[in-house]
Ligand binder design. Structure first.
Ligand code: SF4
Ligand code: SF4
Length: 188
């Protein structure tokens, strides 16, 4: 994003009216008031007449921003294109998690991967969305999503089980591409 460079004018020669301050204070108050009232009622022409809105406030949750691919929301588990979760229950993410919020119960499977997570729980009330689990996973089985709507009054409802975490790989292509690009560049 291009950032305009603002040069500060030093040694400005003030006029008489600027020197007595009062008009400048009133001018400042009028500018602040103008912005205040525009922000207060500026949505009305947009809602009633469909005019382009001049204010920058995002009316969450009705309006939502598109986050960049690098954004880290809650971690999720990936279901591969073959319909099977990619996790092999190696336990690396569980071991790496600094908040100790991942809990995995591995089990054997007849599939090629030999092990799978019988249970996989993330305590989202403790997760600090650091992304270490995603970074350490050898199978691209856990990725950071763009879901940030996890707040709850009851901590027990923030325990996400495997069924709550699974998302098809086809819906995660952009994050997957970002992770491949980022981690390949760092060349761990
Ligand atoms: S994002 Fe960080 S805190 Fe959250 S589960 Fe992954 S490793 Fe743990
Ligand atoms: S999500 Fe990845 S790191 Fe965690 S247990 Fe599964 S395969 Fe291992």
């Amino acid at each position: 994003m291009a950032i305009d460079i603002i040069k500060v004018k030093r040694n400005v020669n003030m006029t008489f009216w600027e020197r007595i301050y009062i008009p400048e204070i009133l001018r400042g108050i009028s500018i602040t008031s103008r912005h205040f009232f525009i922000n207060l009622v500026g949505f009305i022409p947009a809602i009633l007449f469909g005019k382009k809105r001049k204010i920058f406030t995002v009316y969450y949750p009705e309006e939502k921003l598109k986050y960049p691919d690098a954004y880290r929301g809650r971690p999720i588990l990936v279901i591969g294109d073959d319909g099977v979760e990619k996790c092999v229950a190696c336990g690396l993410c569980e071991r790496m998690c600094p908040a100790f919020c991942i809990s995995i119960q591995p089990a054997e499977t007849e599939l090629d991967k030999e092990r799978y997570p019988e249970t996989f729980t993330i305590d989202q009330s403790r997760c600090i969305v650091c992304g270490f689990c995603e970074e350490v996973c050898p199978k691209e089985a856990i990725l950071m999503s763009q879901d940030i709507e996890i707040a709850d009054y009851d901590r027990s409802k923030m325990l996400y089980q495997k069924e709550d975490l699974l998302i098809p790989e086809k819906d995660l292509r952009t994050r997957q591409a970002y992770v491949r690009e980022a981690f390949a560049r760092w060349n761990y």
